[in-house]
Design a protein around this ligand. Sequence first.
Ligand code: FAD
Length: 434
Amino acid sequence: SQEKFDAIVVGAGPSGNTAAYTLAKAGLKVLQIERGEYPGSKNVQGAILYADALERVIPDFRDDAPLERHVIEQRVWVLDDNSFVGTHYRSDDYNKPPYNRYTIIRAQFDKWFSSKVREAGALLICETTVEELLMDGERCIGVRCDRKGGEVYADVVILADGVNSTLARKAGFHGELKGENVALAVKEILFLPEEVIQQRFNIGEEEGVVIEMMGTVTEGMVGTGFLYTNKDSLTIGVGCMLSDFKKNPARTTPYALLDKLKRHPSIAPLIEGGEMKEYAAHLIPEGGFHAVPKVYGEGWMIVGDSGGFVNAVHREGSNLAMTTGRLAAETVIAAKAAGRPLTARTLKAYKDSLDESFVMKDLHKYRDMPQVLHDSPQFFTTYPALVNRAAKTMFTVDGIDKKAKERAIFGSFKAARRWRGLLGDAVKLWRAFR
Ligand code: FAD
């Protein structure tokens, strides 16, 4: 039973599904292996789906994909313990089809995507874990699964096995995952009647709102919170760097942070009465550009979270997963069409196309961000508190003249950070965003 495939794809998340779909659609013989009971059963995501990346592989996905709401409004909130300063961007342009962004429930979405992969002709095996890669010297020749006689061979193995990627580590493709390169996020899905959600968020049927948050809720740790509107539920979550949880003197747990976020006076009324039906914790690779390992070699490629392809600043992950999955598949398709063996030399074309795409360009743009944030807890504590206090000073009408208020605000910034600190922080931010 030494059946050989053109490609084996490990994992049925967005990266694996895109790779398997693209390969199968081009007529290649594809085996996809997923350890979950069904695709999506193990997957956790906020979740915002960015239409563009999916549209490039399945242009008519809107016809039958399980989409919750299209996003018409993006809010960014900077919180202190009892208030927030925020910006809201809402546009009627986002309310005209084809919509650009949707909220989704990953379990349903992954199932749908997987049905498309199978329709395209790939063979999917679930409830099966790939335990290791089969190597012939430097060359990856297949995988060994946790089933009897579970050795399967292929010209190329695409690792789409998510953030932990034990397989790549075991094979020596890259080192251990570092705590400062990965965030631990928890989220809940809270059920509420559709009309209640629409009233509370000032939206119509099928319209959605996204709130991204940062501030004192993460207790000085590098991290963010989020709140998304689904059709008849809300997703609320918070995540911080794993290394910060480890060194946090108060030993705060992710659950405690989420609880605190839910009790925040600006959040509590939005989620009130929500019935919790799903709770999940998951890692997010947030090391950025410098943490991306080598993603191709002799007969193997790495896509999605397994390669650390997440833009933490813009909270984009699934679209990078889909794009890397597509580019890896297109590299294999082109090589096969040209009759070239799938060696490292051939597969380097995958890295070249990544470099040309928004994936590596965006990660490169924010390459200094992880380090800057890591070294600067003030962005998550001092500044949110200062900005909120400044807003309160300015907006409270109390007989004090505005010039004096401005002086008080500048004074509070200077007292907290001194001129040197303020200047240094400005330079750091410029470096991180340049
Ligand atoms: P995954 O989705 O993790 O899929 C990997 C698959 O491989 C899993 O199904 C797993 O079961 C399987 N697998 C692993 N090991 C093996 C093995 N040895 N054998 C067989 N199967 C295996 N991104 C966004 O774009 N928008 C968001 O709003 C967003 N919100 C997020 C919120 C949270 C709380 C989290 C944790 C992440 C969020 N992300 C978001 C990021 C996004 O979820 C990931 O970037 C994306 O899921 C990566 O896709 P992937 O296919 O690479 O990995």
